[in-house]
Each structure stands twice: as structure tokens, then as C-alpha cells.
Write a protein of this length. Sequence first.
Length: 221
Amino acid sequence: MTLVKICGIREPEHALVAIDAGADFLGLVFYPPSSRYVTLEQARAVREAVRGVDPEGRVRLVGLFVNESAAHMNAVGDEVGLDLIQLSGDEPASVFAELSRPAIASIRVDSSGKSDEEARFRELTAARPFAIHVDAHVPGMYGGTGTVADWFVATDFALRYPVILAGGLKPENVADGIRRVKPFAVDVSSGVETDGVKDPARIRAFIAAARNASSIAQPAH
């Protein structure tokens, strides 16, 4: 069964909707330029709401960072109670050894020849991250753009390593993404928003569509 990550959670009530709908991961953005950035206080409020309904920790909290030091990420992880760290910048693979919890690596792809995606994939997988997050390459941006990633490249990576497919997913196309890429998990942020705010109906629709599709197309990992 393909797992589901709802990213950019800022409000406890949206976290609870996602959990009730069956999400497996909730993403908290600790990157100040992002419109989905959360303070430590906001993140702790989300964590408390989540653990109130999920004391056994079935749903994992993921902290998203961009080009931060390992010391900072570890400190935030301890303060908030994160289960995983997502490295969404241009971090070297060596940083994984310095982290105190499992981490997700990120590759932004576009197949234009502007970056050596295969070399980056090999560098990151050699460090044995929890998974590889595949998103669309948009110059100067680090995810959450709503741009669809290159599914051809994502499929190739998913055959060799657990891939979290992101980039432009929404309730209307996530089933197609799962059938074509067969990822370990799918990740959405802007695709479940209305006017920049998480939309409970779209969260539920996204998770339902992902579950229906993955019951037919089993992921490779």
C-alpha cells in the first residue's frame, strides 16, 4: 500500500483531519521563506494534537529543512518530537551521519540536463536515507510549487530505492502518479489547499484517491 504524506501542516485541526482520513506522515516546514513555515510553538501544538489521538505514534511527524546545520535540525527534532527529518535543500550526503533520527533525502528533477540527477541519486542512496523524495525542479525553489515532477525519472528511481513522489500531486492526478511510478509514498502540499490554506475536503479526497489506486497498483517497495 502506497503511504501518504500531507505536508505543510500548520494548524492542529488540519493534522487531525489528515489522521482521521488515514495519512501516514505529516510534514512541518521549518524553512522561514515558505508560506507554510511553522514556529516551534506552532509545531508543538500540532504534535500535541497528533499524539492526543495517536499516542502510539503510528503517524510520523516529518520536519522539513533547507540547508540547515545538523545541530540545528537535531535540536528542533528534539524540541518538537519529530520522527523524521526531510532535507529539502542542497545538503551533502555526509550530513545524514550527523543526524539523530532517520532522514529523507530530496532530489528535484526535470530531465533537462541542467543537473546530473543520476549522480545525485547515487550520492544520496549511498548514505542509506529513509527514502528519496522526488520533486519538480523549479529554479530558486525548494518544493511546494505545485509543479509536476518528471514521472519518468521518478519511476526509474522507484525501481531502485523507496521513493516519495511529490510535485504537483492533487486528488485529481495522484492515482495516475501511483499507477505509473509505483512509489513507496506520495507527498502533497499545495494540491490539498484552497487559496493557500489546507482544505479538509481536498485532504480527504487526496488520501481516498491514493488508497484506491494503491490497492490496484502495488508499489515496488
